[in-house]
Design a protein. Structure first.
Length: 219
């Protein structure tokens, strides 16, 4: 196991890299490692709402540039650029995808499928009220995507790779480009994007609130 100091050093190393060295590329092995940490990330009920689409096509990146204002430096220079998509109606308790996950992926016995499916139905309908509108269900799914996003960026930092999460974009225009490019279909929506590569400029000092300002203890 790595030390606590190693982990904290990775968090100090990680920053929102605005521009990458276009001449340095992440190896296939290293990027497979980053994707695997996304795949292994936790999700509510273990229902994995995400899809990771690695956009290496430079023509698509150029089309995104006018509408993704938060990645003006990253889109042209990132070694790897990922759109994290989330399922929409596919995350309903009664969708074929949820049945597939429980039966074929999680390999639950039939009686457990019924019990877990009933609990998931109650969770969506009554406890979190996710079915009152489609946006609520999709936003809940996107929360899971951010867990994977954080894990992927931390994993990258642990092996000396830089990253930057991308939320600065016109959502309608971006999704239209991704749809026209064959990246996005009607089953999914865009949750967030993230760029990976190697920094070309030095990192500014990390600034955060002191721990006592962001922590409360209830004893």
């Amino acid at each position: 196991m790595i030390s606590k100091n190693d982990v904290l050093a990775a968090f100090q190393f990680r920053h929102a890299c605005k521009r990458f060295d276009p001449e340095k590329k992440i190896s296939d092995d290293d990027f497979a490692f980053i994707l695997e940490t996304g795949r292994l990330s936790p999700s509510s009920f273990g229902f994995e709402p995400w899809r990771f689409v690695v956009i290496q096509n430079q023509d698509i990146r150029k089309k995104l540039l006018p509408v993704v204002w938060g990645a003006q430096g990253q889109l042209p220079t990132a070694s790897h650029y990922v759109a994290i998509l989330c399922r929409k109606d596919g995350m309903r308790f009664d969708s074929p995808f949820i049945q597939h996950l429980m039966k074929d992926v999680q390999k639950l016995p039939d009686e457990v499928v019924v019990k877990k499916g009933g609990k998931f139905k109650s969770f969506q309908e009554n406890e979190f009220k996710l079915l009152e509108n489609k946006r609520a269900l999709f936003d809940w799914a996107c929360k899971q995507a951010y867990i994977a996003l954080g894990n992927m960026m931390t994993a990258a930092a642990l092996i000396g790779i830089d990253s930057c999460p991308i939320e600065g974009y016109d959502i309608d225009a971006t999704e239209r480009i991704l749809t026209d490019s064959g990246v996005l279909d009607s089953d999914f929506g865009l949750a967030v994007m993230v760029a990976f590569g190697y920094r070309i400029n030095s990192q500014s000092s990390k600034v955060r609130q002191p721990i006592e300002d962001v922590t409360a203890w209830v004893r």
